[in-house]
Ligand binder design. Structure first.
Ligand code: ATP
Length: 547
């Protein structure tokens, strides 16, 4: 999508500060309601003798997804209606945290005998609600890019097999209605097999769509992102805003996007409604993507995580508990704890504090100083490869340089070049850190906050912070300490447990060389070939609909 095209859907303020009207409600034609539309709220009050507080409803326009005017089929009835749809945060009696609940306000305008005049008046109200609601979207120029146009057109991929196999039911029960309320035009694609979405995305005419939305687990989004980056026009394609609606059992990106919106943690259908709300509001942010190289020469992109050891094993082994939904990871964790094992390998990383990069004007800056990671073009360490030699067969051994450009490895592969990574079989530059331990229980590289709906693995991560949050747990940790870590992770408190075996580093690139033998490595929850792997973050390369 052309980012310049997406102007917010409102005109300069021309309507009066407050609109006032008295109407009946569609659901109750006996009473009358006084309706005040201010710049920030829709205030609805029943005109009755009861005390004011009891019959007054104040709905924030920040919670509004849409408003429409219409007439019913009855030609003899000249009335028109306007209906506004809100999703405010409300706490249900049996729930610990608030979640978004649907509230519809529908008013009947029948002051005139002329149906056109009534409809015109209803349209005036609907437009005013939409315009004011759009003005309530605060665009923070450091992270948020723009908002989706209105009306917006989305291509919605639903994986009917994802999670407990209920994604289509959830689409029918929640999402279809929300999109209609928000005036979002969408085409539904029900994926039929693995890689179906990837193939479609590689060929689709992206100019027809303002966003691609995925209703599934994280695996389908992984496919879509890689499909976009495999296109010849990947530079343009990767800027297509992506939306995520949780339909799987992990739903890590959906939980991360919800978390960044500042609202307390929710799960299941509450998380779906929250993500649906964010989609309807249509604010677009940058998102980091991580480029990965496998030993076979394959290159792929990741938006979420790279896991080896305990976490990867749990992810794959817990597939058989899929019917349990999000609880599958808890069951899997307990089963794997019972047969806890050690994973041998070598791990090295480039600390974020050392990753220097160029901005658009070609000036050198420290990564940590960058206020707007999205403005980063490419990171380069070419200057950090001073002439030197290294005589080692071990590619994780640090070196000064071998006089060849680190870009050469990525040249023939799609997507942006990697400037920090030498070829996988070559030693690493001297400013990388080699982890002294070679026995691990897990290695987990997180690009976003959540590993699953209820696993806040990297609480400080942000959509486009330009860093990989690298965690590793060294051998020697007891089963009970590891269990405590995972229990604390539900609230993101694992780093406060002062576990000496847990290390957290913010890095810009990493390399893992697992020891010989079989094992599991996952990228965004999907299994990739086992063997040496390296990764580099591309700050703000992707776009995601967030809050
Ligand atoms: N109709 C289908 N039948 C079988 N597999 C499909 C179908 N559509 C998509 N897939 C594949 O299913 C895989 C898993 O999808 P995804 O991760 O989105 O859901 P999930 O595994 O249920 O979610 P989670 O990872 O959260 O448990 C993806 O690789 C996707 O390509």
């Amino acid at each position: 999508m052309d980012e310049k095209r997406a102007e917010p859907d409102f005109l300069p303020v021309s309507t009066p500060a407050t609109l006032y009207g008295e109407f009946t409600q569609n659901s109750n034609r006996r009473g009358r309601w006084a309706v005040n539309l201010t710049e920030k709220d829709l205030v609805v009050q029943r005109i009755a003798s009861a005390p004011v507080g009891r019959n007054k409803v104040v709905l924030s326009l920040r919670d509004c997804v849409g408003c429409r005017a219409y007439r019913e089929d009855d030609k003899a009835d000249p009335s028109a209606y306007f209906a506004a749809y809100f999703y405010p945060l409300r706490k249900r009696r049996w729930m610990t945290s608030p979640s978004r609940q649907r509230v519809e306000q529908c008013f009947r305008l029948a002051a005139l005998q002329d149906s056109h005049a009534n409809l015109e008046e209803a349209e005036k109200w609907a437009r005013a609600v939409r315009e004011r609601s759009a003005r309530q979207q605060r665009l923070r120029d450091d992270v948020l890019l723009n908002s989706l146009p209105h009306p917006c057109r989305i291509l919605l991929f639903v994986n009917p097999q994802s999670g407990k196999g209920q994604a289509l039911t959830l689409y029918n029960s929640h999402i279809q209605r929300m999109l209609n309320e928000a005036g979002v035009i969408h085409k539904l694609i029900i994926t039929e097999r693995q890689n179906h979405a990837r193939e479609l995305v590689k060929d689709v005419d992206l100019s027809q769509w303002d966003a691609l939305v995925i209703m599934s687990g994280d695996g389908l989004l992984h496919e879509v992102i890689n499909g976009l980056l495999e296109r010849p026009d990947w530079e343009e394609a990767v800027r297509t805003p992506l939306g995520i609606l949780p339909g799987g059992s992990g739903n890590a990106l959906a939980a991360s996007v919800h978390y960044y919106s500042g609202v307390s943690q929710v799960r299941g259908e509450e998380l779906l409604v929250s993500c649906g709300f964010l989609l309807c509001r249509g604010l677009v942010s940058h998102m980091d993507l991580v480029s990965l190289h496998l030993s076979s020469g394959q290159r792929l992109f990741s938006f979420l995580s790279l896991a080896w050891g305990f976490v990867a094993d749990v992810d794959v082994e817990s597939e058989k508990y899929r019917h349990a939904g999000a609880a599958r990871f808890t069951v899997g964790t307990l089963v794997r704890l019972a047969s806890l094992r050690i994973y041998k390998g070598k791990l090295a990383y480039l600390p974020a504090s050392r990753g220097r990069h160029m901005d658009k004007r070609g000036e050198r800056r420290e990564a940590a100083c960058c206020r707007n990671p999205a403005s980063c073009l490419t990171q380069t360490l070419e200057d950090d490869f001073p002439n030197n030699t290294c005589h080692s067969n071990n590619s994780l051994k640090l070196r000064r340089s071998e006089g060849r450009s680190p870009r050469s490895a990525a040249k023939a592969l799609p997507g942006p070049p990697d400037a920090l990574l030498p070829p996988l079989d070559q030693p690493l530059p001297s400013d990388w850190v080699l982890v002294p331990e070679e026995e691990f229980v897990l290695m987990l590289a997180m690009h976003q906050s959540h590993l699953a709906e209820d696993l806040l693995a990297a609480p400080n991560a942000r959509l486009a912070d330009g860093v990989i949050h690298l965690f590793y747990v060294t051998a020697g940790i007891s089963r009970s300490a590891l269990l405590r870590l995972f229990l604390a992770m539900e609230k993101g408190a694992h780093l406060d447990t002062n576990c000496q075996h847990l290390v957290h580093e913010k890095v810009r690139a990493l390399r893992l060389e697992p020891g010989a033998g079989k094992g599991i490595i996952t990228v965004d929850g999907e299994v990739v070939e086992y063997g040496p792997i390296q990764a580099e973050v591309h700050a703000g390369l992707g776009r995601v609909i967030s809050g």
